[in-house]
Ligand binder design. Structure first.
Ligand code: S3P
Length: 748
């Protein structure tokens, strides 16, 4: 049998935490022998009876002899006295740790006993786990499972000692984090000590009122939730407040300042600012779990959700309202924020990408109400009103947010950093950084290959430029034009081919003069935007999945209402028409400065393969993954060229689609700037085209939705791995697709 991790473990103190760790050591057989010392003979006898220790002592000196792990599991205030007592008897190679909730004072106590040369085995620790029960009987073997344990190695701590403790706590199924002592105490002061202090203090404030009985009697859930932690052990909190005095007093000071802020807002009835503060806090609270859940996705490329689409007889019918346009939603927040006055938005896309933009502007001090049922009210702060965010701006999966904001942030009086998830962290940012630098911006792409994070030192003296865009990119065009709003003189961008023009249209709607002459778009810096009302049309890029679904499925009949048909976005309709789809654009009208229409599409004839005209590529740039599914179901070959940009989207959409199509039995050849797909369709034959199989989305929402639509013509089940990003652009996708006739099961 392998050697256990320790020969002899000595616990000094055996309450909830100590006895739980003893249970782990026994059940995992991590030590040959476990002993403990406590002042209570009964605790020792009980612990022995429970099989937690082999031997108990009243004197810690006896317990630590020959121990190779000593765990101080007693109240922190006793640390100094115990260390002084056991110091002469500690084995020189013993690992010495503790479980206290403050760390600076433990290190101080150790220094007072050992001097500056602390033992190499000394590594303070703090398991962040607990329960309202105390004592040796309350301990549980799984107390630490899925909880965090913070180790705070000091300069003298040896790597072998840290390593052994990591192994120990990992065996308890805890997540081990190493942190600097001071950082630990600061973090805990804010996240644990301050909330406890506030809870005790609020209950005290109310208890001191004469009418306290009424107050407690009628107190509702809010009071109960907020004050729950005031029922904790006063002695323990008394000790912690003293032990972590400096960090706690700093946190209290921060709290007092924040309290004064909200007091003034109420006193002066500053409605916008108060809504801003409350909205910002609410969003932060709502995104709290979400943000934490995002971390692993960002750091480890973890996949968290999958779709399974079952084969079977299908129909695809219904009338649907597709969620709001992503590009327009982003811009409505950005422009509303820097406008003077209020902007009211309807039809806003409540997907993660647009919400990342919304959150970024809240982080820069803009007061935003909503979104609620697609309605957002933005209280613009004007061209000079944005404030420095407290930390990095997290852009999630959204390239649009990062590239457009690169332009805006370059011109601010403050510095900023933008980060993103696994997919965004791989996307090229030099394409926007380069022209911005030519305008005088101080912008760095700090990732490995010109990729995020993007770090910006604000510069209020940008110069306008005339830039020839090397690629057809609306994001780069928009980022430059937005920087141009603050720049000296004229800024112009000439595109190789027309790309979506939402920036130009919406700037005009906000009263800003933007000129378009052929492929050249220009504006003069130094103007201002005036708040307005924006009606966001349904997103044609999301509608595309339903168009393709209906086009490949026999007898389907789908109406998509009020879809944006901006001519820079309608490539998908044109391409599907050329492939022979039965598609009609009805009731064309203008809403909020953008053309919209109802789109009626029927599955009445087999599509045919085509060579996609290159001039349609920028006009359908986001719809190709869906169009590849249409091509696979078409009769004959479809050839796409001039679409190298697809390789730098949320994933390499040429490669990722080709890989998935091949898995599902489609013969296709990816090329440098496109793909050749051998369609398996036969005129009048509506049988299965795809074999089914397991495909990867590579954190790309549109890949996930495209392979879902393939489920309408599959012989075997399709599993799509990593579908969580669907929520970035089309949060109701599975609900609407299933209502139309698909059978998608979502599993976490
Ligand atoms: C967008 C522009 C396009 C598009 C993206 C949204 C925009 O990107 O793919 O989904 O809102 O400006 P590129 O500008 O990189 O082509």
């Amino acid at each position: 049998m392998a050697q256990p991790l320790f020969k002899k473990v000595a616990f000094i103190g055996l309450g909830l935490i100590g006895s739980s760790l003893a249970r782990v050591i026994q059940s995992e057989q991590l030590a040959t022998c476990v002993v403990a010392s406590t002042r209570s003979a009964k605790t020792l006898a009980d612990a022995q009876a429970l099989g937690l220790i082999q031997q108990g002592y009243s004197n810690p000196v006896e317990a630590v002899q020959d121990a190779d792990l000593v765990v101080l599991a007693l109240p922190v205030r006793a640390t100094h006295a115990v260390l002084a007592q056991i110091q002469p008897y500690l084995h020189p190679d013993a690992v010495l740790t503790d479980v206290g909730s403050t760390k600076g004072n433990v290190v101080e106590a150790a220094k007072a006993v050992f001097g500056e040369a602390l033992p190499a085995g000394f590594v303070p620790g703090h398991p962040i786990a607990g329960s309202e029960h105390t004592g040796v009987h309350a301990g549980k073997v799984d107390l630490f499972a899925n909880h965090k344990v913070i180790l705070t190695p000091v300069e003298t701590s040896a790597a072998w000692a840290v390593d052994k403790l990591i192994q120990l706590w990992s065996a308890a199924k805890a997540e081990v984090i190493c942190m600097d002592v001071q950082k630990h105490d600061e973090v805990l002061a804010h996240t644990s000590h301050l909330p406890h202090l506030m809870a005790f203090n609020l209950v005290e404030q109310l208890a001191n009122r004469e009418d306290n009985l009424d107050i407690f009697r009628y107190a509702a859930g809010g009071f109960r939730d907020f004050s729950r932690i005031a029922a904790s052990d006063p002695q323990m909190w008394h000790d912690i407040f003293f032990a972590n005095k400096t960090a706690i007093l700093n946190a209290v000071e921060g709290f007092e300042q924040q309290l004064s802020k909200i007091k003034v807002l109420i006193e002066t009835e500053d409605s916008h600012a108060l809504m801003g503060l409350l909205g910002h806090a609410q969003a932060a609270r709502q995104h709290f779990n979400h943000m934490l859940a995002k971390k692993p996705l960002m750091e480890k490329n973890k996949v968290t959700q999958q779709f399974t689409i079952s084969p079977g007889p299908k129909s695809f019918t219904g009338t649907f309202t597709i969620p709001g346009d992503k590009s327009v939603s982003h811009r409505s927040i950005m422009f509303g924020a820097i406008a003077e006055g209020t902007t009211h938005v309807t039809g806003f896309l409540e997907g993660e990408d647009a919400l990342a933009t919304l959150q970024a502007f809240r982080d820069m001090g803009v007061s935003i109400e909503g979104p609620k049922n697609g309605e957002v009210t933005i209280h613009g702060v004007g061209m000079q009103g944005l404030k420095a965010p407290a930390g990095a701006l997290y852009m999630g999966n959204s390239g649009t947010s990062m590239r457009l904001l690169s332009g805006m942030l370059s011109a601010q009086k403050f510095d900023s950093v933008m980060t993103g998830d696994a997919s965004l962290s791989k996307r090229p940012m030099e394409r926007i950084a380069k022209p911005l630098r030519a305008m005088g911006a101080h912008i760095q792409t700090t990732g490995e290959k010109g990729t995020p994070p993007v770090s910006i030192t604000g510069n209020q003296a940008l110069q306008g430029i005339a830039y020839d865009l090397p690629m057809a990119s609306a994001q780069v065009k928009s980022g430059i034009l937005l920087a141009g709003l603050w720049a000296q003189g004229e800024t112009s961008v000439t595109e190789p081919e027309p790309t979506r023009d939402h920036t130009e249209r919406m700037l005009r709607a906000f009263g800003y003069d933007v000129k378009t002459e052929g492929n050249k778009i220009s504006l003069q810096g130094g103007g201002k935007l005036v708040g307005t009302n924006i009606q966001v049309p349904s997103d044609i890029s999301s509608a595309a999945f339903f168009m393709v679904g209906a086009a490949i499925c026999e007898n389907s009949d789908v109406v998509l209402e009020a879809v944006g048909i901006n001519p820079t976005r309608t490539g998908v309709i044109e391409i599907l028409k050329q492939m022979g789809a039965d598609i009609a654009v009805l009731n064309e009208r203008i809403a909020g400065g953008e053309p919209i229409a109802d789109i009626h599409i029927k599955g009445s004839r087999t599509l045919k393969g085509i060579h996609i005209p290159e001039d349609q590529v920028p006009l359908a740039i986001d719809e190709f993954p869906a169009l590849f599914i249409a091509a696979a179901c078409a009769e004959g070959q479809t050839v796409l060229t001039g679409a190298a940009e697809l390789r730098v989207k949320e994933s390499d959409r040429i490669q990722v689609m080709a890989d998935g199509l091949k898995i599902m039995g489609i013969d296709c050849t990816p090329t440098a700037d496109g793909i050749i797909i051998e369609g398996k369709g036969k005129s009048g034959d509506w049988s299965a085209i795809f074999n089914g199989g397991q495909v990867e989305s590579h954190h790309d929402h549109r890949i996930a939705m495209s392979f879902s639509i393939a489920g309408l013509r599959t012989g075997g089940p399709i599993e799509i791995i990593g579908t969580e990003t669907v929520a970035t652009s089309f949060p109701t996708f599975t609900e609407l697709a299933n209502r139309a006739g698909l059978s998608i099961t979502v599993s976490q």
